[in-house]
Design a protein around this ligand. Structure first.
Ligand SMILES: NC(=O)c1ccc[n+]([C@@H]2O[C@H](COP(=O)([O-])OP(=O)(O)OC[C@H]3O[C@@H](n4cnc5c(N)ncnc54)[C@H](OP(=O)(O)O)[C@@H]3O)[C@@H](O)[C@H]2O)c1
Length: 219
């Protein structure tokens, strides 16, 4: 599949390089390609260009943007370039003003819902947010056991598409419901971060599993 990854931070670079190992073609969008000269040289399979070009190239777009930069990023991408496309929102709305990590919004909204509201013509799926980047592409070996990836979104078809991709990466996918369920997915990250603070941040290998004995097979 042609996957456009927007934002060339830790997550974006990791996904753009790693997804090619699963047979995907990736295009990494950045505001400044000059800072990626070394990355481009060592990852010839990844195309690098503007945010808009990454979105135009893609059948599926992954937003690897910090939430407080999301509206400016969407402006640069051009919402028309995301229309009728499946868009994965990986973002966690975090803020650190009190000195401790906290959610910058929640309870009655979420980053996932905000992104869907800003992209009314796209099918937004919350996914790949409740895990560390080092386990995104190899959950079973990074975390151990059979960790699950909670997802949420309004379009069943989009969730199926994202679910198929995540299953291909080794995830067991749990569809929690519509995009408002992002409110419950995003706080999971905070638990992971606080746990990392307590344990010295030596690993990026936490994962989640929701046990429901009545569920016979993953969604
Ligand atoms: N790190 C993890 O393990 C992890 C795990 C799960 C989810 N997430 C989520 O994934 C997202 C990316 O995380 P990250 O660790 O990759 O963050 P990061 O290293 O800070 O990278 C974020 C990227 O977003 C783009 N960006 C930042 N501010 C922007 C603005 N004002 N306008 C447009 N683009 C802007 C930049 O890309 P360019 O400079 O290339 O334009 C930047 O490199 C976050 O929302 C985070 O919550 C992270």
């Amino acid at each position: 599949m042609n996957i456009g990854i927007v934002g060339s931070g830790n997550v974006g670079k990791h996904l753009a390089a790693g997804l090619t190992r699963f047979g995907h073609h990736t295009f990494l969008g950045t505001r400044d390609a000059t800072k990626l000269t070394e990355y481009t040289a060592t990852h010839p399979n990844v195309t690098v260009g503007t945010y808009a070009s990454a979105a135009q190239f893609a059948e599926l777009v992954i937003l690897a943007i910090n939430f407080d930069g999301m509206t400016s990023a969407l402006e640069l991408i051009g919402t028309e370039n995301l229309a009728e496309k499946v868009v994965i929102d990986t973002s966690n709305p975090l803020e650190f003003s009190s000195g401790k990590p906290a959610l910058s919004l929640g309870w009655n909204t979420s980053a996932g819902e905000s992104v869907q509201r800003w992209l009314p013509q796209s099918q937004v799926v919350k996914a790949l947010s409740a895990c560390g980047r080092n386990s995104m592409l190899n959950p079973k070996s990074a975390i151990g056991g059979d960790p699950e990836m909670p997802i949420a979104g309004d379009s069943p078809e989009a969730k199926q598409r994202v679910g198929d991709m995540l299953t291909g990466l080794g995830w067991t996918v749990v569809d929690l419901g519509d995009i408002t369920l992002s409110r419950l997915i995003e706080p999971l990250t905070l638990i992971g971060i606080l746990d990392n603070f307590r344990t010295g941040w030596q690993k990026d290998t936490q994962g989640w599993k929701f046990i429901n004995l009545a569920r016979s097979s993953p969604v």
